[in-house]
Design a binder for this molecule. Structure first.
Ligand SMILES: NC(=O)c1ccc[n+]([C@@H]2O[C@H](COP(=O)([O-])OP(=O)(O)OC[C@H]3O[C@@H](n4cnc5c(N)ncnc54)[C@H](OP(=O)(O)O)[C@@H]3O)[C@@H](O)[C@H]2O)c1
Length: 284
């Protein structure tokens, strides 16, 4: 498996997004564990999660606990696996997503994530989404305090614009290592953030890289160029899409979601698909 860098840690160039295994439409636990184990078998060493990946109000952290169980039941060595979680989003149980990025809440959320993941320090803690009711500097200041206290090893931000990336980098004293924004063939408006991360050498984790849970399976139907290139190589349009993400920038590390072993196995193979300049021109 090819690797890319988050901070000073090398991770697989394709990660696993945990959300489909814990929100609406999720599979049973056995299939989820098999999916995570298949990702590890394929050489994936980056797993993205969040405390808010759950359905009921009484199961906060469903996805973090699932990942912790999958790692502990895996037969092989998991010491090189980086688990990236997030805080700042909540799900009250009615299907909605709400926000709380107050410093007190973020610190309490981080403590709860530490317990669920069963670790002394979280590998990568990402501020999930700016909360309009809280000054951004206060939220990032809280995450900086967690870093300084050794509760988290590295810090990332998510759903941030270029000004917020620069502001976070300043507040963190140059220690911002990752930005996670929506980016896919159908959603390209994070191009400025990708360019800034490339310039600053910060990892960029495109979320919903295949277009999101409900659209990913039909990617080839929505994006004709991806279907055409896939046909030429005899691979899935999803694999072409992930290879396109990798080719866009050396800091890009896509985190496709999966709820079946087959899909993450296919996605992991995107690292070996070399797209030509002509292919990329067609896809861009
Ligand atoms: N920071 C944020 O605000 C934010 C927001 C949304 C998501 N995220 C993160 O980003 C991750 C990825 O986004 P996402 O899960 O929303 O959307 P996505 O990765 O675009 O799509 C996920 C779906 O793609 C399917 N899939 C994956 N690989 C495939 C392949 N090779 N061939 C065919 N289908 C394939 C999976 O199907 P199966 O279910 O059948 O396996 C899965 O349900 C999430 O899991 C989460 O970790 C972050």
């Amino acid at each position: 498996m090819q690797t890319r860098r988050i901070g000073d840690v090398q991770v697989s160039a394709i990660g696993l997004g945990g959300m489909p295994m814990s929100i609406e439409g999720r599979p049973d636990e056995d299939r989820s564990i098999r999916t995570i184990h298949a990702a590890l078998d394929a050489g994936i060493t980056l797993i993205d999660t969040a405390d808010a990946y759950h359905i009921g109000a009484d199961e906060v952290g469903h996805n973090e606990s699932l990942i912790a169980r999958a790692l502990s039941s895996y037969g092989g060595d998991t010491s090189g696996v980086l688990v990236a979680t997030k805080g700042g989003h909540l799900r009250p149980g009615d299907g909605s997503w709400t926000l709380d990025s107050s410093p007190d809440y973020l610190k309490q959320a981080c403590e709860a994530s530490l317990k669920r993941l069963g670790v002394e320090a979280i590998d990568l803690y990402q501020h999930h989404r700016p909360d309009p009711r809280v000054p951004y500097a206060d939220s990032i200041g809280a995450v900086r305090d967690l870093l300084d206290a050794g509760k988290v090893r590295m810090v990332g931000i998510s759903n941030a614009n270029p000004d917020q990336i620069r502001q976070a980098q300043e507040i963190l004293g140059g220690r911002l290592v990752a930005v996670q924004n929506q980016f896919s063939p159908a959603f390209r408006s994070s191009e400025p953030e990708l360019e800034l991360c490339t310039e600053l050498g910060i990892a960029f984790l495109p979320w919903s890289p295949l277009g999101g849970i409900s659209r990913a399976a039909e990617l080839g139907g929505h994006a004709a160029a991806f279907a055409a290139v896939a046909e030429r190589y005899g691979v899935s349009p999803q694999r072409v899409c992930l290879a396109w993400h990798l080719a866009k920038s050396p800091v890009s590390i896509p985190i496709p979601g999966a709820s079946r072993p087959e899909t993450i196995q296919d996605s992991a193979r995107a690292v070996s698909l070399q797209l030509t300049a002509d292919d990329l021109a067609e896809l861009n």
